[in-house]
Design a protein around this ligand. Structure first.
Ligand code: BES
Ligand code: ZN
Length: 463
């Protein structure tokens, strides 16, 4: 018989050391997008292995052609489901640095929240599962299910190496599981936990636009040559119309329409457009006509430019025709679109809309398809029970607009169910300055996780 009260007490009493472990991870600038930080990315992996071992788990690094995967496991429990906990130890770049109130890699607690890059996305959330497993072990109880941990260092740049690892013959055995548990998303609100049954996919591109061999005086040369910055803006702006509809031919062909029942369920969720607009500091919301804000964020595809460069952006004016310009942009995808198909469509669009007088280079950076899992699975019912015990109220079922590119491969290659249990909040500032995690969410997420192993053990195993 497991003693859940002993685990609750243990988790309550060891909060300071839990925070210490979180700090240890948050101090490492494991920025996967920037090759200058590859040493820190590896340091984060090494630190995680140390942490697992200190807590009494078997752990190892799995080398790849990029950042290593961290793998750890608890003993097998025959006849019970096998759980794979997935998370990521890499983080997004912290820029713009000047907007941080305290430095991004010096975790600081203010008002019950811990501020640092990676606090919510995903070091803090991922750690809840490590801590909950350690609470079972430290209170002398054997875990009722086998738990495997797979923590990667490339999620924020598309999980290319993990994708390659999943194709290795040994991966299927090593990662064999019934359900993948992921905490890398958000609750529905400050006091409203959620279980997420769908994520959007993504197709990410970079484009370079080349003109004259050097910047030119726009008076002397303007009128004689095409300006790469102008031509690039013209091209990109044709990808979307005034009302937010994407103009790439064929783009919507594979889009799975929303279920009427989903629309009804989401309409019952409390959501206020004006409040949402105020929270993010805009006067009005914008998006595809005919859909509510939640529908547009969770279940409709979108187009966004993430970065745009070219020419002069310093003080005062400078009259040049820039030699080159460039942009980063992506499409969020929904089932049943595929990033490969969208990449083809985007390439065809660029080819057929090639602006005159410049040379273009389109680079397909990375992508991953969206996913929707069965909201009525027994695993979701088990998670519901664990969450209700820890948060004092049941979770609502939602989809989210963010992407975790590897999830679709877990479903496909491992044949596993997926449980997306976000402990974060919408206003945690993931990818933004002053990212944070509410300590209360960290602690109750850990408690919910500790209950989850117990409730999952009661789900019939496929083995
Ligand atoms: N934690 C996010 C994914 C997420 C965000 C899920 C919000 C649900 C709600 C994850 O770390 C992330 O940001 N992923 C990237 C993936 C991309 C770079 C391939 C994303 O969604 O931009
Ligand atoms: Zn992220």
């Amino acid at each position: 018989m497991s003693d859940l009260n002993a685990i609750d007490r243990y988790l309550q009493q060891t909060q300071p050391s839990q925070l210490e472990l979180l700090n240890r991870l948050l101090r490492i600038p494991s920025i996967s997008a920037d090759p200058a930080y590859s040493g820190s990315v590896r340091e984060a992996a090494d630190t995680l292995v140390e942490i697992f071992r200190e807590l009494g788990l078997q752990a190892e690094l799995i080398e790849t052609d990029g950042p290593p995967l961290v793998y750890a496991e608890t003993p097998a429990v025959p006849g019970r489901p096998v759980v794979l906990v997935y998370g990521h130890y890499d983080v997004q770049p912290p820029d713009p640095l000047e907007l941080w109130e305290t430095p991004p890699f010096e975790p600081t607690i203010r008002d019950g929240k811990i501020y640092a890059r990676g606090a919510t996305d995903d070091k803090g959330q991922m750690l809840t599962h490590v801590l909950s497993v350690s609470a079972w072990l430290a209170t002398g109880q054997s875990l009722p299910v086998q738990i495997k941990f797979l923590i990667e260092g490339e999620e924020e740049v598309g999980s290319e190496q993990l994708e390659a690892y999943l194709q290795r013959p040994e991966a299927a055995d090593k990662l064999a599981c019934d359900v993948v548990v992921i905490s890398d998303s958000t609750q529905y609100g400050p006091d409203q936990p959620a279980i997420t049954y769908g994520l959007r996919g993504i197709a990410y591109f970079e484009i370079h636009c080349f003109g004259p061999n050097q910047d030119l005086h726009s008076g002397s040369f303007g009128g004689a040559v095409a300006n790469p910055a102008t031509q690039l803006c013209r091209l990109l702006s044709q990808m979307i119309d005034d009302s937010g509809r994407i103009q790439i031919p064929g783009f919507y062909d594979a889009v799975r329409p929303l279920e009427e029942s989903e629309r009804q369920n989401w309409a019952r969720l409390e959501f206020d457009d004006a409040e949402f607009a105020a929270q993010i500091g805009v006067e009005e919301l914008f998006g595809e006509a005919g859909y509510t804000t939640l529908e547009r964020r969770w279940a409709r595809p979108t187009f966004d430019i993430h970065g745009l460069w070219g020419g002069y952006a310093g003080e005062g004016g400078k009259t040049i025709i820039t030699a080159r310009a460039g942009a980063k942009f992506s499409f969020r995808l929904v089932p049943d679109q595929t990033p490969e198909q969208v990449a083809e469509q985007v390439r065809a669009f660029v080819d057929s809309h090639r602006p005159p007088g410049v040379r273009l280079e389109l680079i397909d950076l990375h992508g991953g398809p969206g996913v929707v899992v069965d909201p009525n699975s027994p695993f979701i019912a088990a998670a519901q029970e664990a969450i209700t015990a820890a948060f004092g109220k049941p979770a609502v079922l939602i989809r989210e607009g963010g992407s975790i590119p590897i999830v679709a491969s877990f479903v496909q290659r491992l044949g596993a169910d997926v449980l997306l249990l976000g402990w974060g909040q919408d206003d945690d500032g993931a990818h933004s300055p002053n990212e944070k995690l509410n300590l209360e969410d960290f602690y109750r997420g850990t408690r919910a996780s500790s209950r989850l192993w117990d409730t999952l053990a009661r789900v019939a195993s496929s083995a």
